[in-house]
Design a protein around this ligand. Structure first.
Ligand SMILES: *[C@@H]1O[C@H](CO)[C@@H](O)[C@H](O)[C@H]1NC(C)=O
Ligand SMILES: *[C@@H]1O[C@H](CO)[C@@H](O)[C@H](O)[C@H]1NC(C)=O
Ligand SMILES: *[C@@H]1O[C@H](CO)[C@@H](O)[C@H](O)[C@H]1NC(C)=O
Ligand SMILES: *[C@@H]1O[C@H](CO)[C@@H](O)[C@H](O)[C@H]1NC(C)=O
Ligand SMILES: *[C@@H]1O[C@H](CO)[C@@H](O)[C@H](O)[C@H]1NC(C)=O
Length: 389
């Protein structure tokens, strides 16, 4: 009983122990506080450093910028009307990186593999034209969360209907996300969900699917795409793979740096489950440049942008009826600083493993003890007999 209580209390302490102290601000430096534009600065203070996150939707293109600084470095944003024109940290950061979804692609997947490639007929929707409406905001010392929604997107000169929904969530301790695929959040990372709901597809495209076009920028020259096999699928039934994109801080590829982590899985319904899941595909990287007139460009103006890569994330599998079948695609990833977190076995799995390994060991031991005891007893009997002789 005492042991059970002890375990319960330690689990509670572990869960509630904040690894960093967070302070978040909406639109820092902007005089008009009632505006609908969204730029959020979250500073997560640890014992020796601070991880800054800037989530920006002011210029259409969803942007997440990370910077690692000494403790107590403040952020200064200057504005021209409702656009940031300067973003600087009061201390030179040790390391920075950024991820941007600058475009949405629609592609005609006539071969039905799900993955976008340069041969598929495709259309680009630049997200710089998109107006984001903030639908939810939580900024306190336990969590930083924002949800935004865009209702129209532009293809050339034509506006099209559809809803793009995004959610960014920073929970400053290590744990599993409530929603499938139960990714791991830490004080150094944020959970990101993106959904494409009821998007109008191009009439000529019989097998329309959508893909996100990412731009990844970091202050270092290395980028790595890793596919890691997980030991268990306890948190994501049937999915044993984890994809990690790492932007290490130095040539030592094991070093801390920026990362994106996700399962190769997307969902085709708001109710996420095994039956509503589909494959997520990551393309290879290709060198590119920062988008013009973007917040990421404003930020990197003061630092050198050594390395900018682009990549696609697309969704679907053969025979699934494409986007039209559900009119819904959603996907989750985490983005953060440090070493990407690894799953640890839950108490339940540890119990099962211990019982599985423990029973044979106990049986073997008891066998040995039995044999020894028998031998000992026999010897005693024999020595008594000897004594009587
Ligand atoms: C950071 O600022 C807080 C109050 O603003 C102060 O209490 C703390 O000592 C400062 N820490 C460092 C490392 O300067
Ligand atoms: C998408 O379309 C379905 C069916 O027409 C409707 O029930 C749902 O509310 C729509 N969702 C959004 C976010 O527009
Ligand atoms: C990589 O980028 C170059 C220059 O923008 C482009 O010509 C090329 O097609 C791209 N390659 C892929 C595989 O996307
Ligand atoms: C998806 O939307 C198209 C029209 O845009 C409609 O024809 C189709 O029935 C919808 N599919 C579902 C499953 O609602
Ligand atoms: C967060 O980053 C710090 C380094 O700044 C590192 O020491 C710590 O282990 C990281 N925490 C997690 C949970 O990754």
């Amino acid at each position: 009983m005492a042991i059970k209580t002890f375990i319960f209390i330690s689990v509670l302490c572990y869960v509630s122990a904040q690894e960093r102290k967070i302070t978040s601000t909406l639109n820092p430096g902007l005089e008009n506080k009632d505006t609908a534009v969204t730029l959020i600065h979250v500073r997560a203070e640890g014992p020796s450093d601070a991880v800054h996150q800037i989530w920006d939707f002011t210029q259409g293109v969803p942007t997440a910028i990370f910077a690692l600084t000494k403790n107590n470095a403040s952020l200064n944003v200057t504005w021209d009307n409702l656009r940031p024109t300067g973003i600087s940290l009061m201390e030179q950061p040790f390391y920075t990186f950024a991820a941007v979804i600058d475009k949405l692609y629609e592609y005609n997947d006539i071969h039905g593999h799900g993955e976008i490639n340069e041969f598929s007929e495709q259309k680009q929707y630049h997200l710089k034209h998109v107006l984001w409406n903030r639908t939810n905001l939580i900024l306190n010392d336990k969590e930083a969360l924002v949800e935004v929604e865009a209702k129209k997107f532009k293809d050339g000169h034509q506006w099209r209907n559809g809803t793009i929904h995004m959610r960014l969530d920073l929970i400053p301790y290590t744990g599993y996300a409530v929603e499938l695929p139960h990714l791991i959040h830490t004080a150094n990372s944020s959970l990101v969900d993106v959904s494409l709901i009821n998007m109008t597809t191009t009439p000529g495209f019989k097998s329309s699917r959508f893909a996100f076009h990412f731009i990844l920028a970091s202050a270092e020259k290395y980028i790595d795409l890793l596919l890691r096999k997980s030991l268990d699928d306890e948190h994501t039934p049937g999915v044993f793979e984890i994809i990690e994109i790492k932007m290490p801080r130095s040539s030592n590829k094991n070093d801390d740096g920026g990362f994106m982590q996700f399962r190769p899985i997307g969902y085709t319904s708001k109710q996420r489950g095994v039956t509503s899941s589909t494959n997520a595909h990551v393309s290879r990287f290709n060198a590119t440049v920062l988008p013009e007139q973007s917040t990421v460009k404003v930020f990197y103006d003061s630092y050198k942008d050594d390395l900018v890569n682009e990549m696609f994330v697309s969704f679907g599998e053969a025979g699934d009826g494409c986007y039209r079948q559900s009119n819904y695609t959603s996907w989750s990833f985490t983005i953060g600083y440090g070493l990407p977190p690894t799953e640890s076995f839950s108490f339940f799995v540890i119990m099962v493993i211990s019982i599985g390994l423990g029973v044979p060991v106990v049986l073997a031991l008891s066998g040995i003890v039995y044999v020894i005891v028998r031998k000992y007893k026999q010897r005693n009997v024999r020595s008594r007999l000897n004594n009587e002789e």
